[in-house]
Design a binder for this molecule. Structure first.
Ligand code: ATP
Length: 303
């Protein structure tokens, strides 16, 4: 008698950095319009989905203890949403091998949502179209569609309306992970508070044409000259020590240093792999973990 082998599918999903994050004024619904230039980077979570009796989530990795294992986990929500659409029961074990920092501004939860969606879709053979999967991603969260697509893209609306962008070369990045997370909603609230205190008029968010050209050319100097993150001041206001991390990376030769998304991960663009290695060395000990990688990375991929 042979043991029953449960079918399983593994999907690899990249983290992201926002090379531009332009934030509009708070809308009446509380959301902000964004012009968000996403770049997928070579740090990955892997989501494995296996047939099981019930929906179950497990997670392994350095930040695993911060990941919710109930139905609020974005991977679980993705499985439930897809199952509902196709009249199935989401009886699967979702295992997340987590390498993307949690609450780090690198869309780790979104990556797991996109990964679980693609993995369940493959396991169940739903035949859902790409457009349908993207639609479910947008329902799960603003950053989830980009995790599916990868590469580089301009996100408008809440960030979920994506236009793919051309990238003409490889960019070398160093990421410094902080010893605690920052909540994305808290950073947006701080952005609103700072804007109100200063009585600043917030312009409509638009993508920078010079930045899009720099990406298309694969030119790191030009990209460094055009990156921007409107959430950076709010993240620094909530986490002042990040300023020292940014300064350390700049002093070690980074072409530019910025907070990744809502932070607190900081991102350093390097001219080449050797400079990236030097920046990583300088940052070691200044923050919790340092990672060196390249971009663009492909989107969610079935392994
Ligand atoms: P973003 O860059 O999209 O703003 P982030 O990278 O800062 O997000 P996440 O790692 O996605 O933050 O986690 C934000 C919160 O989402 C976590 O604190 C956790 O409570 C919750 N969460 C839900 N599902 C997951 C998941 N699969 N992995 C990590 N966090 C999750």
């Amino acid at each position: 008698m042979s043991a029953r082998v449960s079918a399983s599918v593994t999907v690899r999903v990249p983290a992201k950095v926002n090379v531009q994050l332009a934030v509009g004024a708070a809308r009446p619904d509380g959301f902000h319009d964004l012009a968000n230039v996403f770049l997928a980077v070579g740090l990955y979570d892997e989501v494995t989905v296996t047939e099981a009796d019930d929906l179950r989530v497990t997670c392994a990795g350095p930040d695993a203890d911060q990941v919710p294992l109930d139905r609020t986990n974005l991977a679980a929500r993705a499985a439930i949403t897809l199952a509902e659409r196709y009249g199935r029961v989401p009886a699967v074990h979702l295992h997340i091998a987590k390498d993307i920092p949690v609450a780090g501004g690198m869309a780790g939860g979104s990556a797991d949502g996109a990964g679980a969606l693609l993995a369940c879709d493959a396991l169940w053979g739903t035949g859902a179209s790409r457009a349908e999967l993207l639609d479910i991603c947008a329902e799960l969260g603003s950053d989830v569609p980009f995790s599916l697509v990868g590469g580089a893209a301009l996100g408008t609306g809440r960030g979920e309306l994506l236009t793919p962008l051309e990238v003409g070369g490889t960019f070398h990045w160093v990421f410094a992970m902080a010893d605690r997370g920052l909540s994305t909603p808290a950073v947006f609230r701080e952005f609103d508070r700072l804007a109100a205190t200063e009585g600043r008029r917030i312009p409509e968010p638009v993508a920078s044409p010079a930045l899009l050209t720099a990406l298309a050319k694969g030119d790191p100097e030009a990209l460094a000259a055009t990156v921007s993150n409107d959430l950076q001041r709010a993240a620094l206001s909530l986490f002042p020590a990040l300023a020292d991390t940014l300064a350390t990376g700049r002093a070690a030769g980074a072409l530019t240093a910025l907070v990744s998304g809502s932070g607190p991960t900081t991102a350093f663009l390097a001219r080449d792999a050797a400079t990236a290695a030097g920046i990583a060395e300088a940052l070691t000990g200044v923050c919790r973990t340092v990672r060196t990688t390249t971009a663009p990375a492909p989107g969610a991929t079935v392994l």
